[in-house]
Design a binder for this molecule. Structure first.
Ligand code: AMP
Ligand code: GLY
Length: 421
């Protein structure tokens, strides 16, 4: 069957890569795709958020299944629009996407249904927010309510930081309409784990856990980014913790949404902070994580299209996922300056020197021009490898990175450090 992948990041390259292995898939299209996706799919120049154009493309080309990668098209109602045209898709509907697109919605839902998360208050008025933070303990976390590509979260170390963050978001509109309100929450200590699970509206099927590295620089220093590398599985995510997470977080959240009249079908991503074996939710996402997906799907041995079909048809309860025992590590190679201003259009060399048995290079921000690959975004490549243990996988990923270069490339040198300490 013909399949369309919507999006253009490393996550979408990994999704297309796994879908290409399915015996059921005859052809893959990507909208808009990137330089690497172009090697396995036909890329069409349609923006991921152009709902009307994507629906028309699906109908005109008789695409049997559409897989939506990023949050923006989900929040824009792409899956709802495809459903209205009787087209099968993987991804949540617009109402379910609120779990990610409004942090206030997610926090209020968790409070109402006693799902463990940090204590918080929500404000849309600067003066009221400013008065509130005066009496709080620091560090304190200030979050823009809406979608901000992982950059709308400020860890305020003191009152001055908090004031500056509130000014940026509420007065200076640094995040546009995504910052019309803020969530101010308690700072949580512990270690983060990304738990992704398929959900068919009823049944939840967790994928293997992973751990992201949000900060730009080694030692978890520098600004928050979309994620600079990941590994899977995660030693601290024990079977007991996995069971707790399903019982205390995933099942109650899907049930809570249902009580609110929302059927959740797609992937749910719980970003957890774990302290003393207890999970608390930092955030929910309504889509696969990036770069977590590159590491997790690289370990998946099941047919990804079949798994998506099981979600679509509501038959996940009878479906089982198979995983490689080998851990995977992925390292993001980014453009100098990211997550702030960076240059694009640098030619990337050495990609052909990476042997598929050593590592796979998922492209994020790249562009194919006349047979050559150029940088086209902040996060450029996600170099992913498997090995007999996490250290071996990490060494293979870094060895592959050594073969690749572009002007002002940078990456973290300590991905998976928590698992290896
Ligand atoms: P979010 O987009 O809400 O997941 O936040 C992005 C990142 O900010 C998280 O992955 C954490 O590293 C950090 N963060 C968010 N909320 C908190 C919190 N309450 N306590 C400590 N760190 C946090
Ligand atoms: N890597 C974090 C995210 O996808 O939200």
């Amino acid at each position: 069957m013909k399949v369309l992948v919507v999006g253009s990041g490393g996550r979408e390259h990994a999704l297309a890569y796994k879908l290409a292995q399915s015996h059921k898939v005859s052809k893959i299209y990507a909208a808009p795709g990137n330089g690497g996706i172009a090697s396995i799919a036909e890329c069409v120049a349609i923006s991921a958020t152009d709902v009307e154009a994507i629906c028309n493309f699906v109908v005109e080309n008789d695409i049997a299944f559409t897989v939506v990668g990023p949050e923006a098209p989900l929040a824009a109602g792409l899956v709802d629009a495809l459903q209205e045209r009787g087209r099968a898709a993987f991804g949540v509907t617009k109402d379910a996407a609120q779990l990610e697109s409004s942090k206030g919605f997610a926090k209020n839902l968790m409070k109402k249904y006693s799902i463990p998360t940090a204590a918080y208050e929500i404000f849309d008025d600067y003066a009221a927010a400013r008065a509130y933070v005066e009496n709080q303990k620091f560090p304190l976390v200030v979050k823009a309510d809406g979608l901000a590509a992982g950059k709308g979260v400020i860890i305020a170390e003191n009152l001055a930081d908090a004031e500056a963050a509130l000014k940026d978001i509420l007065l200076d509109n640094a995040f546009g309409s995504a910052g019309s309100s803020v969530v101010i929450e308690e700072f949580l200590n512990g270690e983060e784990v990304s738990v992704l699970a398929l959900c068919d509206g009823e049944f939840i099927l967790p994928l293997e856990p992973s751990q992201d590295h949000k900060r730009a620089l080694d030692g978890d220093k520098g600004l928050n980014t979309g994620g600079m590398g990941a590994y899977s599985p995660v030693p601290i995510y024990t079977p007991e913790l996995a069971e707790k997470t399903v019982k205390l977080v995933l099942e109650p959240t899907i049930a809570a949404l249902k009580s609110e009249g929302i059927i959740y079908k797609g992937i749910i991503y719980a970003g957890l902070m774990v302290e003393n074996g207890e999970p608390k939710v930092l955030e929910f996402n309504c889509r696969f994580g990036d770069p977590e997906t590159e590491a997790v799907l690289y370990r998946m041995e099941s047919d990804l299209l079949e798994a998506f079909e099981a979600v679509y048809t509501g038959s996940l309860a009878h479906y089982e996922l198979k995983w490689s025992d080998e851990p995977a590590v992925c390292v993001v190679v980014a453009s100098g300056g990211y997550p702030e201003a960076y240059e694009k259009g640098k030619e990337i060399s050495g990609l052909d020197n990476v042997n598929e048995n050593e590592a796979v290079v998922f492209h994020a921000g790249t562009k194919l021009i006349d047979g050559k690959i150029f940088t086209d975004g902040g996060r450029v490549l996600t170099v992913t490898a498997k090995g007999k243990d996490i250290a071996a996988a990490r060494d293979k990923a870094y060895a592959a990175i050594e073969k690749i270069s572009f002007d002002k490339a940078f990456f973290r040198h300590d991905i998976a450090h928590r698992a290896l300490k």
